[in-house]
Design a binder for this molecule. Structure first.
Ligand code: ZN
Length: 137
């Protein structure tokens, strides 16, 4: 697996875990390229390049949030939803989303390894052949 393939797989897995929607406003982008990966804690504020700090965001939310503290920004939005905040907080801790739509396949991975999916993704992402690559926003 090349680093480019690993990176694409990693980004796609994060998007899939969130139902291929913006994690903040729920928008469903018209194509894959219009759903970005947002650093919940901005890198400029010490946020890390790990799965648990990265969620899908539409270009509008990503640009509007910028490097603001995410909870303060999110609560001011018209589309704010308390359950979504819980989901994002959980993701920040484990890299695993609390979605009812989580597929059986993904749950089986958890059962087999005892690891949250985020840890598996981090392994893909930070594996020797991949190294740490910047996430393009
Ligand atoms: Zn959005």
């Amino acid at each position: 697996m090349t680093s480019g393939e690993a990176r694409r797989l990693w980004r796609a897995a994060i998007k899939r875990a969130w139902g291929n929607k913006c994690a903040y406003c729920g928008a469903t982008p018209i194509d894959d390229k219009s759903l970005t990966i947002d650093h919940v804690r901005a890198k400029s504020n010490g946020g890390e390049d790990t799965t648990s700090n990265c969620i899908p965001a539409c270009p509008s939310c990503n640009a509007d949030k910028g490097s603001l503290e995410w909870v303060g920004w999110f609560r001011k939005q018209d589309f704010y939803d308390a359950w979504t905040e819980v989901e994002i907080r959980h993701w920040l801790q484990t890299g695993d989303v609390l979605r009812q739509g989580t597929s059986l396949h993904e749950r089986q991975i958890d059962a087999l390894t005892g690891e949250p999916r985020g840890a598996i993704l981090d392994e893909i992402w930070n594996g020797d052949e991949v190294g740490v690559l910047p996430v393009s926003d």
